[in-house]
Design a protein around this ligand. Structure first.
Ligand code: DMJ
Length: 449
């Protein structure tokens, strides 16, 4: 790793008094993150090898379904590669190529399997050239296709990987609109347009059903196309629909997606954004009237500064990131959800989510402002002091008491530690933003076409 000069960064941001602090150089921070990733990986390997996840407190394996889909290895593989953990990456790749069984008689959530497994297989294929990963990706893409066979073209929520039987007619924009990147890359790499055609149709059918104000709701029936929950926000359940409109426009130079993104961003800024005394936030409104119905914001919403930065709106991106950092520092680590008027937590859990870190990485990349490196260091310190366990990393049940929970989601590897590492690592580690678009699980897709 290239040694980088030590930096003087401002911490104690946001009126707490600017304190000039000498921060260890970026290379040292990157190698700290790498060591933490290795620590958690070794815990997974020792106690849950071949399973979806490790339970970090009881040191027992956990599978999402009856059989394992190797959730952690698939999600972690490109991170191990980018961190230069070659032996670990090779071992994970071999496990996936020889043991991943996609034909199991299990009902899976299309969204999760798409972003974690299909996304992970495709990005790791692009990084390694291992054709076995592409073959698995195509097999999985084919098994997910029945999801789109609804009367509207909006995908169902669940599919049985063996029989193709679909279930879950009531879905939401995120679970409907988060296929275009993975399916688009699969189309590019296999030469079969069907994947992108279906995924893009889902995006356009959803966009078509926006309200007069240009907003989407929180729940829709994919068979009737009727909204069943008309509240509108950027949080979980809607979030990555917006993200994929923008990212598909960039990755595939798709002018329709660009148009849909621009119209959506405008409506969000007009109705959902909230200039509160505590800063700029995005809350919840009624999709038809624009009337504010909630002033909540949480760990998941913290993805939006990254999206704003990618879209070129650095002003809003910076301000929203200041708010999300305030959310983080108010509690020492971010809660799942809080009220931004009172700054009181409504859901005190922290499940090792990456979004605040992801946004710091984007803002650091686009602005080169060292403030975002200082933020990154705060995130790293909090993660290590609160979530590190003897053998891995654990979620928090309560950010105020620090009580840990027996859960380590695979996105700790795929996203949280990857974005932290990339924030400090030499920029040439990945050709972002020029040659790379990340899927919503932080799997980097390279524009090889
Ligand atoms: C990830 O699985 C993805 O980022 C998804 O879009 C929403 N959130 C989790 C991580 O918080």
């Amino acid at each position: 790793m290239r040694p980088i000069a030590a930096l003087f960064l401002s911490v104690g941001l946001f009126g707490q008094g600017i304190v000039s602090t000498r921060v260890a150089d970026r290379a040292e921070l990157a190698s700290r993150v790498r060591a933490e990733a290795l620590h958690a990986w070794q815990g997974y390997k020792a106690h849950a090898w071949g399973h979806d996840e490790l339970r970090p407190l009881s040191l027992q394996p956990r599978d999402w379904h009856e059989g394992s889909l190797l959730m952690t290895p698939v999600d972690a593989l490109d991170t191990l590669i980018l961190m230069g953990l070659k032996d670990e990456a090779d071992e994970a790749r071999e496990l996936i190529a020889t043991k991943l069984d996609l034909g199991q008689d299990i009902r899976v959530k299309g969204f999760e399997i798409n972003i974690r497994i299909l996304g992970g297989l495709l990005s790791s294929y692009q990084l390694t050239g291992d054709k076995r990963l592409l073959a698995l990706a195509q097999d999985l893409g084919d098994r997910l296709l029945p999801l789109f066979e609804s009367p509207t073209g909006l995908p169902y929520m669940y599919v049985n990987l063996k029989s193709g039987k679909v279930e879950g007619a009531v879905s939401n924009p995120a679970e409907i609109g988060t296929y275009a990147l993975e399916f688009g890359v699969l189309s590019k790499l296999t030469g079969k347009p069907v994947y992108y055609v279906k995924a893009k149709r889902a995006l356009t059918e959803l966009f078509k059903r926006r309200s007069r104000l240009g907003l989407v709701g929180a729940e829709i029936n994919v068979e009737t196309g009727v909204w069943t929950d008309r509240s509108s926000h950027i949080s979980g359940g809607i979030d990555s629909y917006y993200e994929y409109l923008l990212k598909a426009s960039i990755l595939f130079k798709d002018a329709d997606c660009a148009r849909m993104w621009k119209a959506s961003a405008k409506a969000l800024n007009r109705y959902v954004a909230d200039e509160a005394p505590t800063g700029l936030w995005y809350g919840t409104v009624d999709m038809d009237t624009g009337k504010r119905t909630a002033t909540t914001f949480g760990a998941l919403d913290a993805f939006y500064p990254a999206v704003l930065a990618l879209s070129g709106d650095l002003g809003r991106a910076r301000r929203l990131q200041d708010s999300t950092f305030k959310m983080w520092t108010t509690f020492g680590i971010e809660p799942e959800e809080m009220d931004y008027m009172t700054m009181k937590a409504l859901d005190k859990g922290y499940v090792l989510r990456p979004e605040a870190i992801e946004s710091a990485y984007y803002l650091s990349t686009f602005t080169k402002d060292p403030k975002y490196l200082a933020m990154g260091r705060s995130y790293l310190d909090a993660l290590v002091s609160r979530c590190r366990t003897a053998e891995a990393y654990a979620a928090l049940k309560d950010v105020s008491t620090g009580e840990q929970q027996d859960q380590m989601e695979s996105f700790l590897f795929a996203e949280t530690l990857k974005y932290l590492y990339l924030l400090f690592a030499p920029p040439e580690t990945l050709d972002f933003p020029k040659g790379v678009v990340f899927n919503t699980e932080a799997h980097p897709f390279r524009k090889t076409w």
